[in-house]
Write a protein that binds this ligand. Structure first.
Ligand SMILES: NC(=O)c1ccc[n+]([C@@H]2O[C@H](COP(=O)([O-])OP(=O)(O)OC[C@H]3O[C@@H](n4cnc5c(N)ncnc54)[C@H](OP(=O)(O)O)[C@@H]3O)[C@@H](O)[C@H]2O)c1
Length: 256
């Protein structure tokens, strides 16, 4: 059963809305107790009240150097079987017009903290001989992604880290999955888009597919449209796929 392998506790980093809130809801519905982590405490508390099972809330900024240590301390007395790292920061716009600070913050939230958390939880999962790590990546992981260049690079990191860990941990009862989502109707994406991107999925669908695929890593592209499009893009020259990404990201609300 899902909860026997990945329970009793799951940590969802970036749990207050969209896909993160869906992970919390669906994990709770599958019988796991959930630690909800995000910056907005009130939103987390309201979400926790709707969950069928036990949960705990931890309000913190995942872009701070002490974030992973704070999560480690908060969960020290809990038997954590699953980490879902969902939060991400995505600076949008021409690289030359973005602040260096914002780009480095994206590396903190999207790269440093998930690495530190994987490093903390993986040995504990191995010791238990069962558990899972889910790192959210994106279709931007597969090629350079103009106008979200740093974000895209962090998503390549998430994919690569998850695939490496998948191979290292698979013989030890620990499932690792990178979820390379395409456009998903989360509040963040809806704020940034003028027009629904092709193949856009609902957060519920992406999360259901991800949890169902957890034992079949290393990588999932949710949604038939996204799988088909990614398959076709493999046959194009790299320059062409980067240009296609540029055309897609240009439709995002670029700062004027
Ligand atoms: N939406 C898409 O179209 C899409 C496509 C491909 C990949 N993805 C990936 O899917 C994941 C979720 O995407 P999404 O952005 O649409 O988000 P989401 O799941 O709707 O929400 C992001 C969550 O992360 C939390 N968060 C963000 N920055 C944080 C920080 N510094 N510290 C703590 N919590 C933080 C937010 O809560 P607070 O604001 O309360 O902190 C929120 O709960 C990301 O990894 C993204 O790369 C999304």
């Amino acid at each position: 059963m899902f909860s026997d392998k990945y329970g009793p506790w799951a940590v969802v980093a970036g749990a207050s809305e969209g896909m993160g809130a869906q992970f919390a809801k669906q994990l709770s519905a599958r019988g796991l107790k959930v630690v909800l982590v995000a910056r907005r405490e009130q939103v987390l508390t309201e979400l926790a009240a709707t969950l069928p099972g036990e949960s705990k809330c931890l309000a913190l900024d995942l872009g701070t150097p002490e974030a992973a240590a704070r999560i480690a301390a908060f969960t020290a007395g809990l038997d954590v079987g699953l980490l879902v790292y969902n939060a991400a920061l995505s600076p949008i716009g021409p690289f030359l017009e973005q602040s260096l600070e914002e780009n480095l913050r994206a590396i903190d939230v999207n790269v440093k903290t998930p690495t530190a958390l994987a490093h903390h939880f993986a040995p504990r999962l191995v010791k238990r001989g069962r558990g899972g790590l889910v790192l959210l990546s994106s279709l931007t992981a597969f090629q350079g992604s103009p106008f979200v260049s740093t974000y895209g690079a962090t998503k390549s990191f998430n994919l690569s880290l998850a695939e490496g860990l998948w191979a290292e941990l698979r013989g030890q009862g620990v499932d690792v999955l990178s979820v390379c989502a395409g456009a998903t109707a989360t509040p963040n994406l809806l704020k940034a888009t003028r027009k629904a991107p092709p193949g856009m999925q609902q957060p519920e669908e992406v999360v259901r597919e991800a949890l169902d695929a957890l034992g079949s890593g290393p990588m999932l592209i949710p949604g038939r449209f996204n799988r088909f499009a990614s398959f076709l893009l493999r046959f194009l020259p790299r320059r062409a796929t980067i240009q296609i990404m540029a055309n897609q990201t240009r439709k995002l609300q670029l700062p004027s």
